[in-house]
Design a protein around this ligand. Structure first.
Ligand code: ADP
Length: 191
């Protein structure tokens, strides 16, 4: 099973990605989590990524692509994986296509969580209080939303055209959203 979880910042991708990955027995690979781990360990990758993340910008494609390639090459990702937060640009889509093709597999589905923009800002500001993420201030959140709309939203049409897009309403209780995703994915796995 090779899946992508997409959605604007704060859509709940990370939360849902963990449930879905666990269900299918595959690793959830979150580029945001990998960057944050590198930032807290002070690795060269972390030092480079932090500049962009704190400003709400995307980390350059070359850096992100290489990191994902290395992660996907690990043994636990051989049976499949769920990507959370990647791809985010058209260049990353192409790069991922190459990586998957090389393994002789294909992408099964792209799940997009749709949410209300105002609700999201509130959720993220709340998360800022709980987790204290440096990029969860109101200005940076808005910047991340703009960049998402500009650079990542167009990917939805790319995957829709391939017939692998699944849009799921991301509003409501976490468990409800999980249930919707599972129902939508069953359709894919049974066909
Ligand atoms: P969110 O989806 O809430 O914005 P993430 O944890 O997925 O948060 O990502 C946090 C930050 O990490 C992004 O704002 C960006 O700077 C960086 N990042 C994560 N994934 C990518 C990616 N695929 N390409 C470029 N930058 C990325």
């Amino acid at each position: 099973m090779r899946l992508i979880m997409m959605g604007p910042p704060g859509a709940g991708k990370g939360t849902q990605a963990k449930f879905v990955a666990e269900h299918f027995g595959i690793p959830a690979i979150s580029t945001g989590d990998i960057f944050r781990a590198n930032v807290s360990e002070g690795t060269p990758l972390g030092i480079e990524a932090k500049r962009y993340m704190d400003a709400g910008d995307y980390v350059p494609d070359e850096v992100t692509n290489l990191m994902v390639r290395n992660r996907i090459d690990e043994e636990d990702a051989e049976p499949g994986f769920l990507l959370d937060g990647y791809p985010r640009t058209l260049a990353q889509v192409e790069e991922l296509d190459g990586m998957i093709k090389f393994t002789g597999h294909s992408l099964d589905a792209v799940v997009v969580l749709t949410v209300d923009a105002d609700e999201i800002v509130e959720r993220l500001l709340q998360r800022a209080q709980v987790e204290g993420r440096a990029d969860d201030t109101e200005d940076v959140i808005r910047k991340r939303q703009e960049i998402y709309a500009e650079q990542t939203e167009p990917l939805i049409e790319v995957y829709r055209a391939r017939g692998i897009l699944i849009e799921v309403d991301g509003m409501g209780e976490v468990a409800e959203v999980t249930q919707r995703i599972f129902e939508a994915l069953d359709v894919v796995t049974q066909s």
